[in-house]
Ligand binder design. Structure first.
Ligand code: ATP
Ligand code: ATP
Ligand code: MG
Ligand code: MG
Lengths: 265, 265
């Protein structure tokens, strides 16, 4: 099973949109996918129409030891299951602060989980706190959604440092394996400049055999497309809501690149 | 002096772009403006080209008692001063956790500040933690930048609740006085729907004399405009970088509405 955390501490860059629609595209391609929402905003859950009732289990109950992952999992489609989040999770940062080994709670839950999937995709909050750390100790890979804007690029080096520290101290198998350009507006010079800077950075890493040599800058650019912003209001993935839109095209193309990448691993 | 906090816990909705360009527009109109950056990302500071050196004071030094606001303030233009932030501020949430009355540190600093301004504009991080709380106990008003998207609207009620709780318990003069629609794409149905929902909510409040009766939904929509995303890479406000762009037009128009609003207060 590939375990991929979708992270970026800059808010509003396309983490949730990528987690949901990449999961749906991989499921459409026949993979068994589990989407795990560990963001207290619970936007991946909301995006797929899963607003939880009072007594329903979410990832919060799992992390505080009151439920297993299976207790919280919902089967959305044939190949797509979701473990939803809930606003209660916001309190977890405080509640878990004193717990020994609190970074490994999710990994323990996954080790006990019997169900087999091809892909585990984890949607993370816009921060590098305990919830994102749990995702990074559970995942084997990291995908970074990047909005090709100047301010969004500014936190990039901090993001790489966090991945590096986690892979050194907490999870030696963790690797950054993919960068995805989201909200792409091809006609702007800004997008070309920012993408150029990121690609030059990784080419330089490959040339000197640095730790980021294996990173794939996916060819697919996720174009800005209002259908992607409309789909969550219907509780649907882009494939259910607007299957012939640019958004659907781009996330299908991304899924093909992700599947091809798996053959090389 | 009007003290306005620019908040929204949803990331990437236009807080920084609004804080910087509204400040610059008010300064251009002859107001003396102090822009205070209390986000550890320090994007408002970066936007105006203020990347701090190792020994320079930022709002971090002020909050931990090592500097006054005047020690950290930089005069950028004739009517525009900035108190910059720094990544060190990220540690402040932990460092200040045990401090009694930690929500009032910024207010105390401002009370001791001798310099007179017409406007204090505070750019906040995408969270409702201790830094945003400091802004909310210092400010008299709150402006909410809103991206007219479904996911961005989802956290709106939590935002209103936070403002309500702060004004009840910590700062009785605090009031939500303005909502600004950012990244507006007029041709999309989504924008019309979301704006319609927000405006209906406030009309209903006014009709029943609820606590949000005095909120102004500014007429000005800040249109999506790539010049606004390019300006920070040059360390400039939109007025210095592209004074005739849509972005400059919209933030000037917003400043005029903000100044008109002041005459009614
Ligand atoms: N390619 C796109 N085209 C148009 N709109 C998009 C696109 N990708 C995402 N959006 C919209 O932009 C907003 C931000 O995207 P999203 O919520 O996925 O980002 P995020 O990184 O998950 O945000 P957060 O940091 O709050 O978790 C949402 O309203 C979403 O619907
Ligand atoms: N009207 C606009 N048109 C085009 N781009 C915009 C507009 N407003 C903001 N942007 C760009 O969108 C991105 C997000 O905006 P900004 O950083 O101001 O949001 P924010 O709410 O301050 O984000 P954060 O939550 O990270 O503090 C930035 O890259 C910015 O340059
Ligand atoms: Mg998200
Ligand atoms: Mg900001």
């Amino acid at each position: 099973m590939r375990r991929i955390a979708i992270i970026n501490q800059k808010g509003g860059v396309g983490k949730t949109t990528t987690a949901v629609n990449l999961s749906a595209a991989l499921a459409e391609a026949g993979m068994k996918v589990c989407l795990l929402d560990i963001d207290p905003q619970a936007h991946s859950s909301l995006h797929l129409g899963l607003a939880l009732g009072a007594n329903e289990n979410s990832i919060y109950q799992c992390l505080v030891g009151e439920a297993s992952l299976a207790d919280a999992r919902h089967q959305i489609e044939e190949n797509l299951a979701v473990i939803p989040s809930h606003i209660d999770l916001a309190a977890a940062e405080m509640e878990l602060a004193g717990e020994v080994g609190r970074e490994f709670l999710l990994r323990e839950l996954l080790e006990k989980d019997q169900e087999e999937f091809d892909y585990l995709i984890i949607d993370c909050p816009p921060s590098l706190g305990i919830l994102t750390l749990n995702a990074l100790t559970t995942a084997g890979e990291v995908f970074l959604p990047l909005q090709p804007h100047f301010l969004a690029l500014h936190g990039f080096s901090k993001l790489l440092r966090t991945i590096e520290v986690v892979s050194k101290r907490l999870n030696p198998v963790l690797a950054l394996t993919g960068v995805i350009f989201c909200m792409y507006e091809g006609s702007t010079k800004l997008a070309q400049e920012v993408i150029g800077e990121v690609e030059a950075f990784f080419e330089n890493e490959r040339a000197k055999g640095g730790i980021w040599s294996d990173v794939v800058n996916f060819e697919t650019r996720i174009r800005r497309n209002v259908r992607l912003a409309e789909a969550p209001s219907y509780g649907k993935s882009i494939f259910q809501y607007a299957p012939h839109s640019h958004g659907a095209e781009d996330y299908r193309a991304l899924a093909i690149e992700v599947l091809e990448q798996a053959t090389l691993m």
